[in-house]
Design a protein around this ligand. Structure first.
Ligand SMILES: Nc1ncnc2c1ncn2[C@@H]1O[C@H](COP(=O)(O)OP(=O)(O)OP(=O)(O)O)[C@@H](O)[C@H]1O
Length: 278
């Protein structure tokens, strides 16, 4: 069964009638992870914002976005407020923008849980601790007392995922959640997403231009270019049997990058090490 069905979605910039998203359709099954792959400007973020109905008045949106039997495009702001957070969670590129700098992590986690769940303050605090534990976080009491700027991007992103675990949404939209994070922490965040998927049986729409991440996490892939879906299929199909030249370009770019990376790593381990100790 599909949790989300996007049908003939079009997004048009009103001022010049420019079509930013050009008639795209895709669906996300229950407990499955769909990855959107595409270069910068291909329309990944605008697609996510359309699903959450958070595009501003500069855009006109046509088509259908069916979630739980409802077309989100037709929902009022009041209806969307009930859906965002509790039923559809968004994890953004820069976690700092998701937190209020004036309140501690504890304050913000507890408030979020009280707003969306029918529980007491004590239960909300217990839930905060329990979900941070699931994120393999250490020194949880100390983390809860900190303000957002006192935590690294990687830690804040894990707090965001912990909040999602606790709210048990049906769908998580993750828009380049590892881009602003250093590579060591990136690996952890990807692991946390795996835990999240298994822990609460959630569906995930994961946006990135990193094919490596998607080959690990996603069941299905959508490749976007210039606001259109140029190819879609299971992750294995796309990686091994793609037909579109743009998919080929993205895969080859990744391969070349990894080859270069390996060369640099080998050089550092061999030549570089020798040079250091010469
Ligand atoms: N507020 C806006 N006003 C005008 N054009 C916009 C606006 N937001 C996005 N666009 C245009 O829509 C297109 C798609 O942008 P989008 O942000 O969805 O790309 P993306 O694939 O998410 O890129 P990135 O990987 O860089 O985030 C781009 O051509 C962009 O310039």
């Amino acid at each position: 069964m599909d949790i989300l069905e996007v049908k003939n979605l079009e997004v048009i910039l009103k001022k010049n009638n420019k079509e930013i998203i050009k008639n795209i359709s895709f669906s996300i099954g229950k407990n499955s992870c769909v990855g959107i792959l595409g270069e910068s400007g291909s329309g990944k973020s605008v697609t996510c914002k359309s699903i959450l109905n958070i595009l501003n008045d500069n855009f006109r949106v046509n088509g259908e976005i069916i979630f739980n039997g409802k077309n989100l495009i037709d929902c009022t702001e009041k209806e969307m407020k009930n859906i965002r957070g509790k039923q559809i969670c968004m994890i953004l590129q820069n976690p700092m923008t998701s937190f209020d700098p004036l309140f501690t992590i504890q304050n913000q986690m507890v408030e979020t849980f009280l707003e969306h769940l029918d529980i007491s303050s004590k239960e909300a605090l217990d839930l905060a601790k329990e979900s941070l534990e699931k994120m393999r976080m250490k020194e949880i009491d100390a983390v809860l007392k900190k303000y957002p700027h006192e935590l690294s991007g990687g830690m804040l992103q894990r707090v965001m995922i912990a909040i999602a675990i606790a709210l048990k949404p049906k769908l998580i939209i993750a828009d380049e959640p590892t881009t602003a994070i250093d590579s060591l922490n990136q690996k952890d965040i990807i692991e946390e997403f795996k835990i999240l998927k298994n822990e609460i049986a959630v569906s995930i729409l994961f946006v990135t231009h990193d094919l490596g991440i998607l080959s690990y996490l996603a069941d299905k892939l959508i490749v976007m270019q210039n606001g259109k879906i140029v190819e879609s299929g299971t992750t294995a199909e796309i990686i091994n049997n793609h037909n579109h030249e743009h998919t080929n370009f993205l895969i080859e770019t990744r391969r070349t990058l990894m080859k270069k990376f390996k060369e640099v790593a080998d050089w550092t381990l061999n030549e570089g090490e020798n040079k250091i100790y010469e």
